[in-house]
Design a protein around this ligand. Sequence first.
Ligand code: KG4
Ligand code: ZN
Length: 334
Amino acid sequence: MNPTVLAFETSCDETAVAVVRGTEILSNVLSSQVELHARFGGVVPEVAARAHVEAIRSLTHQALREAGVHPDDLDGIAATAGPGLIGALLVGHSFAKAIAWARRLPFVGIDHMEGHLMAPRLQFEEFRPPAVALLASGGHSQIVWVRDWGDYETLGSTIDDAAGEAFDKLARVMGLGFPGGPAIDRESEGGDPTVVSFPRALPDRPYDFSFSGLKTAVVTYLQRAQKEGSLPERKDVAAAVQEAIVDVLVDKTFRAVDDTGVGVVAGGGGVLANRRLRERFAEEADKRGITLCLPSPILCTDNGAMIGVAGAFWLSQGRITDWAETVDPAMRLP
Ligand code: KG4
Ligand code: ZN
């Protein structure tokens, strides 16, 4: 059974609505709040929630129209239940439940990170467990052993900042603006990452990450280089910063691939849109002759289709979320 699902994602700063049938995207629309938050240098929770309220109704009409799907043709409704900003989550979750209630459709709440984990299914039929997936976003970074759909083990995660958060903070330090990941990705183009080598943390904890020390190292380096008048070009520093983050993410993910012996490696979350990271993933997967399932950048960053594909899966398994359940800003994958 391939249920047709209307799906909502409002955990952070993108209002996203999609219609998915099984693993097929029928529509996937989004209203980004990036410009709204850029002048504050980060996402302002109350501003985000209000913007979701303003955008969600017309986006829903647009998603149904573009999919050519009438509400009567829907089999269920899905929405992100966590983790994320509580006010932002509540907008999409409540809106979705109201539609489900009114149309007597089953509703399922979805873990945002499971959405990122399932996103490759939208583009890769060969994405099947057992697999290892790197999930790296603005709030979370983890390496997940996917034994089966719904049977996950987080092998390692960050002990301080998430990888996306590291990109965002380092971009701010370098005066590159918000959001930092895409800014560093762009700035590093043509840069020489070998001008300076920043530290790679936690070499003796195989799958865990730590990025807070990197920020201190970069700040100290920039101050000293400026004082000494030996500051390299910004694109070189950006490339070196990017290389330090990417190196750790790639090393640890592929260590997990080797240790578990899986034949499939996947990824999701905004950081997986990074061009250097994608290049390195391709090289390492190629070296091992294993299957790589990295969704297009647009399906790595937050979107509604990833919630739709996870929702379709769980609804096909008979999972229905009770009306009384609400959002959980601190939700975690097992
Ligand atoms: O998954 P996502 O869209 O939203 C959250 O769930 O947080 O991830 C957003 C994060 C931000 O920290 C952003 O800077 C980072 O992903 N990001 C990138 C790139 N595009 C987005 N990081 C590195 N390179 C990119 N091209
Ligand atoms: Zn995300």
